[in-house]
Design a protein around this ligand. Structure first.
Ligand code: P6P
Length: 346
């Protein structure tokens, strides 16, 4: 597909304008049994992303910044945009009844939409990850993960439908609200990115079949937590900074402090993101169900690797909706090196 960049808006041929709705429809051929439901709910998510984008990109212009005064289940101050994004996604998606049950980073328990009688799916999401960066105009993101309910009666949907292995996901994606707004998703048939064109209000295919490099030149970790790291992580950091042209070292450090932004960069150009176990967070800080699992599904579909340093993220048996996990994710060769230090092999 010719790049849209070579054709200024208005000059591209219609064949280049593949909207996310059209692309999702084409993915339906892989799910004949879904009777179009998956298509509709992915479009619901894309629509909700447009509503969130509208506010995020003008956050500085309206009185939507600053703390909402409340704190979320994680005990963190909740900014108005977190709350807004959470409400928008729940309302915009819950109204169609396609989801039997939802789980959000901002809600302690599960959410049963008012209308869920026809819902065969589960939606788990982080409405606005990295929200502490909103006030300083650093990219933030929405992350989502979709499963089928385990039974066939939506009215009986419960927490157990939310606590499925990551390998059971039927779709996953994220939206990064940055210099441009990009939505990336997979249904298990490759990873595809869409850039929002505000002149027509559509997400247009801009990154077809994303394949992440086998290795990169970036490592992403919060080195300010060095003293909290275990010996394996400290040895890894010493290793990755040593000069060795044969292995492309030293790698450059890139850490934005916004998971979706760090992940997206490494997905496109190669690299590894690590949130390891620390003395403060024995299981790391990031959440399994609506951060690690969806990004792991996407990363593996793009040819990358995602583990907790020892075990494949998608194989972890969930026990709680908000459980944390260490996360080693990105280019396969780079993740393996980091794991070998974590496991004491190096
Ligand atoms: P730290 C943002 O708060 C977040 O949840 C992720 O987006 C980000 O990767 C991580 O936390 C940053 O955490 O401890 O390095 O500030």
């Amino acid at each position: 597909m010719e790049s849209l960049i070579n054709n200024p808006p208005g000059t591209e041929s219609m064949s280049q304008l593949i909207t996310i709705e059209r692309h999702i429809l084409e993915q339906q051929k892989y799910f004949p049994e879904a009777h179009g439901e998956l298509t509709e709910l992915l479009n619901d998510v894309a629509f909700a992303a447009k509503l969130v984008r509208r506010e995020v990109v003008r956050a500085g212009l309206v009185d939507i910044l600053g703390f909402a005064g409340s704190t979320n289940v994680q005990g963190e101050e909740v900014k108005k945009l977190d709350l807004f994004a959470n409400e928008k996604i729940i309302n915009a998606i819950g109204q169609h009844g396609r989801f039997a049950v939802m789980g959000s980073e901002e809600n302690e328990g599960i959410i049963i939409p008012p209308k869920n009688d026809s819902g065969s799916y589960v939606l788990l999401f982080d409405p606005l990850d990295g929200s502490s960066n909103i006030d300083v105009n650093v990219s933030v993101g929405t992350i989502f993960s979709i499963y089928r309910i385990k039974g066939d009666d939506p009215s009986k949907a419960s927490i157990s439908d939310c606590l499925q292995h990551g390998y059971e996901q039927v779709a996953a994606g994220y939206v990064i609200y940055g210099s441009s707004v990009v939505m990336v998703y997979t249904t298990g048939h490759g990873v595809h990115g869409f850039t929002y064109d505000p002149t027509i209000g559509e997400f247009l295919l801009s990154h077809e079949n994303i394949v992440t490099p086998k290795s990169g030149k970036y490592y992403s970790i919060n080195e300010g937590s060095y003293e909290q790291f275990n010996e394996g992580t400290k040895k890894y950091l010493d290793y990755i900074k040593k000069e060795d042209p044969a292995t492309g070292r030293p790698y450059s450090t890139r850490y934005i402090g916004s998971l979706v932004a760090d992940f997206h960069r490494n997905l496109l150009v190669g690299g590894v993101f690590i949130y390891p176990p620390t003395s403060k967070h024995a299981n790391g800080k990031l959440r399994l169900m609506y951060e690690a699992n969806p990004l792991a599904f996407i990363c593996e579909q793009a040819g990358g690797r995602a583990t907790n340093g020892r075990e494949r993220i998608l194989d972890i048996q969930p026990t709680e909706l908000h459980q944390r996990t260490p996360l080693y994710i990105g280019s396969t060769d780079d993740v393996i090196v980091a794991e070998e230090f974590e496991q004491g092999i190096r």
